[in-house]
Write a protein that binds this ligand. Structure first.
Ligand SMILES: NC(=O)c1ccc[n+]([C@@H]2O[C@H](COP(=O)([O-])OP(=O)(O)OC[C@H]3O[C@@H](n4cnc5c(N)ncnc54)[C@H](OP(=O)(O)O)[C@@H]3O)[C@@H](O)[C@H]2O)c1
Length: 333
């Protein structure tokens, strides 16, 4: 069987996770890595992995012959620009995670993919991604809103976006932000109240900040708690710590989340609850595994002559699986 050849486009935390996931896959293989900073990437890897500059797309498409490119750039700056360019040459999968701009990204990718005859799977990972599917299924089956909670464990879940926001503040050397679900809010949903939560009713935020020498701590604190969108609506706790403490106690990328829907069925109003919980020791590695499953689906859709943009909602689950139809029917139904 010919393996599906995947190129990693952009090599950061998620890109590293994709490389490891491809090495474990039985039907996909790493064709190469393309990057804006190939020298940096080459230093990290052994010579067996081809690494090429991302800019000359026709050159690396010709050299690496990918069936699919797994785009691992950042959602803010990279994917909206790189996605429509790359899908002109090869089918793509990305984990674009800006929910408010997701329809815009879908249409940009759909137009470019239809014009070139490729497949673009967008916004997959765990949220958006797995949780989008679970929310949609819960709503379809129970007709109620499905709620998303993040950071159910004692330490909470690391939010990369909020950590980045803290690092932009003057006087901050380094920082990590952990999100905590509010247990009473989870219980209200489980009781079937279907509350109309405002931002700040479901989660609290805990910040571990390494200040620069001589920084004004009160000013940093005030800037954090008043930051619109990110922290202002939330109960926020701030700890000032040293770089050594941050490096030793708060390493890695742990995260977790829970989708809950609570409804009723029948004339008697019997309770009907759906919960779906993911716990990740490494958020980027988990995201990478989901991306690789979608790369398989992208290659299969493309092999059938399909084109345009797809999401996890429009791809049959069997297309994600390495198992064949008979195996799925016999053991997984
Ligand atoms: N849907 C989901 O559930 C989900 C979950 C997690 C993350 N995500 C998305 O995944 C995206 C990527 O996350 P990430 O953690 O992998 O971001 P990241 O580590 O910051 O990497 C993003 C890009 O920055 C460049 N880069 C990384 N390290 C660099 C360095 N040391 N020097 C210079 N350039 C460097 C790489 O591009 P080049 O190789 O081209 O330089 C890389 O592709 C996020 O923006 C987020 O939107 C989605």
């Amino acid at each position: 069987m010919n393996k599906i050849r995947a190129v990693i486009a952009g090599y950061g935390n998620v890109g590293r996770g994709v490389r490891q996931a491809l090495a474990r896959s039985r039907d996909l293989e790493l064709a190469g890595i393309v990057s804006r900073t190939p020298d940096r990437v080459k230093k990290e890897l052994d010579d067996a992995v081809p690494v090429m500059p991302i800019a000359d797309i026709p050159a690396w498409v010709a050299a690496l012959r990918p069936d699919v490119a797994i785009l691992c750039g950042g959602s803010k700056q990279d994917l909206p620009k790189q996605g429509p360019e790359l899908v002109k040459f090869v089918s793509t999968v990305d984990s674009f995670d800006n929910h408010s701009r997701l329809p815009e990204h879908f249409h940009a990718m759909d137009d470019a993919a239809k014009t070139s005859g490729h497949v673009a799977v967008i916004s997959t990972g765990w949220d958006p991604g797995i949780f989008s599917l679970e929310r949609t299924l819960a709503n379809a089956f129970l007709g109620v809103r499905a709620y998303g909670f993040y950071g159910m464990t004692a330490n909470g879940g690391l939010s990369m976006g909020h950590s980045d926001a803290l690092r932009t503040i003057e006087g901050v050397q380094d920082a990590r932000q952990y999100t905590h679900a509010i247990p009473e809010a989870v219980e209200r949903v489980r009781r079937g109240e279907n509350p109309d939560f405002q931002p700040g009713d479901m989660h609290t935020r805990e910040c571990f900040i390494v200040p620069k020498p001589g920084a004004d701590l009160d000013k940093i604190r005030e800037t954090v708690v008043s930051m619109p969108g990110y922290f202002a609506p939330y109960k926020t706790t701030i700890h000032f710590i040293t770089q050594d403490e941050l490096n030793s106690k708060y390493a890695g990328f742990p995260h977790d989340g829970l989708v809950i829907a609570s409804g009723k069925t029948g004339d008697a109003g019997h309770p009907a609850d759906i919960e779906y919980h993911c716990r990740w020791g490494s958020n980027p590695e988990a995201t990478a595994n989901v991306l690789v499953a979608h790369a398989r689906a992208a290659a299969r859709l493309s092999g059938e002559g399909r084109n345009g943009a797809f999401t996890i909602l429009s791809i049959p689950p069997a297309y994600l699986s390495p198992l064949d139809q008979e195996e799925l029917l016999a053991h997984w139904m």
